[in-house]
Design a protein around this ligand. Structure first.
Ligand code: AMP
Ligand code: ZN
Ligand code: ZN
Length: 388
């Protein structure tokens, strides 16, 4: 195993990894997904345990770096950076691509440093100049119009058709569905069914096109997601402002969970004021349970309030629909994982942590990983690959 690490051999296989935002691990059990089922019959069927909080940016960047959000720095989709007074949010295009927020080493940087080419279609973080580098090919998410789904798929194929010297060994792509319909209509809805069927057939189309390439036998194909989706009802808002004195709190950020930044010595008052609120768990950052791997980063709120599944911390209203962000151990938050190709085994494997994906990709590419929180999921790999 260690023999191949650090020595990217000319004969390493190619890897295509696609993320389908908000694709629950069990959608294929609910909805008609012939391609995901086909992947299960030839390759790896499993699920990913997201990192806390089970939101899009923290988890795509955990997949890319092998680090928990607490360690890579994108600790939520929106957060306050006390040291600079700056605020990160997906709605602030300038801060969203500010390299200072992005710690760790994403796979495309690890690859580039070791002479391995990458092409990335919209993976969160890929249009940020992390450690002074971008993937060899990347697209700016805020540049409109965005590539359509078919343009992303044809773009992947185009990269794999390049002459060997220019051909990237790692291609990553991101798709917005089924998260969008999951939020708007809930996981169990005809609209989300439609979105899941659509992404299944898109992945089928991509696979068929890969199969027609002369190097088809050398291509690993992985489909992942960042988190699941659970039903939330409009009655399930948890307003907290009424319990808090204004001079305790500097800022509240986010709903699932809510990071609360407080004035000096006010954390206990805030925890005491919220501890009996129904359907809410409240911790000082030092007291967050260890399994959540959250609270050491200075960007985490002094107090973290995490609603029970199906609830949201907000002064406003909640719409009937879908949400995520909850405790990663809840099965509703687990994400899809399928993989096929020369380096994978045919196995139905227990769900594993999404921080393991970075070391997996490094292993597949034969490159040395940067320090990370994961480990190579050996149980899903082809025994022949492990003997190499
Ligand atoms: P959420 O469901 O709140 O965790 O975030 C999902 C949303 O993030 C989706 O609606 C995407 O449109 C959006 N998103 C994905 N990538 C990016 C990006 N690079 N910049 C801004 N928003 C993004
Ligand atoms: Zn997401
Ligand atoms: Zn979402």
């Amino acid at each position: 195993v260690t023999a191949v690490l650090g020595s990217h051999a000319k004969n390493m296989h190619y890897t295509v990894i696609v993320s389908l935002d908000g694709c629950r691990w069990d959608y294929p059990q609910w909805y008609d997904t012939p391609f995901f089922d086909k992947m299960s019959t030839i390759g790896v069927e499993s699920g990913l345990i997201p990192s806390f909080p089970s939101k899009t940016f923290p988890n795509h960047y955990a997949l890319a770096t092998g680090l928990y959000p607490d360690h890579h720095g994108i600790i939520a989709n929106e957060f306050f950076d006390r040291e600079s007074g700056e605020y990160f949010s997906l709605g602030d295009p300038a801060q969203k691509i500010n390299p200072k927020f992005y710690g760790g080493e994403p796979i495309w940087v690890t690859a580039k440093k070791q002479g391995v080419r990458t092409a990335v279609f919209y993976w969160p973080g890929s249009d940020v100049k992390v450690k002074g580098m971008y993937p060899d090919l990347y697209y700016v998410y805020d540049q409109k119009p965005r590539l359509s789904s078919s343009e992303r798929i044809n773009g992947i194929i185009h990269q794999l058709q390049k002459p060997e010297k220019e051909r990237p060994h790692l291609i990553m792509a991101y798709f917005e569905q089924p998260d969008a319909n999951g939020h708007a209509f809930g996981p169990q809805s005809k609209e989300t069914r439609k979105a899941v069927v659509m992404v299944d057939s898109l992945m089928h189309e991509l696979y068929d096109k890969i199969q027609q390439l002369p190097i088809a036998q050398d291509i690993n194909f992985i489909v992942v997601s960042d988190h699941g989706m659970s039903w939330i009802a409009k009655a399930h808002a948890i307003p907290i402002a009424k319990y808090l004195k204004k001079d305790w709190v500097i800022k509240e950020s986010g709903s699932i969970p809510c990071n609360i930044y407080v004035r000096d010595h006010c954390a206990d008052s805030v925890v005491n004021a919220l501890k009996d609120v129904a359907h809410l768990k409240v911790w000082k950052k030092e007291e967050i349970p260890a399994y959540l791997h959250y609270g050491s980063n200075s960007r985490v709120g002094d107090v973290v309030a995490l609603p029970d599944i199906g609830y949201s911390v907000t002064e406003g209203t909640v719409k009937d629909g879908g949400q995520h962000g909850y405790d990663p151990n809840l099965m509703d938050m687990h994400a899809l994982f399928r993989a096929i190709g020369p380096d994978f085994r045919h196995v139905n494997a227990p769900h594993f942590k999404n921080v393991d994906v970075y070391p997996l990709l490094c292993f597949l590419l034969g490159i040395q990983p940067a320090p990370n929180d994961g480990q190579v999921p050996m149980e899903i790999l082809n025994p022949k690959t492990l003997r190499k």
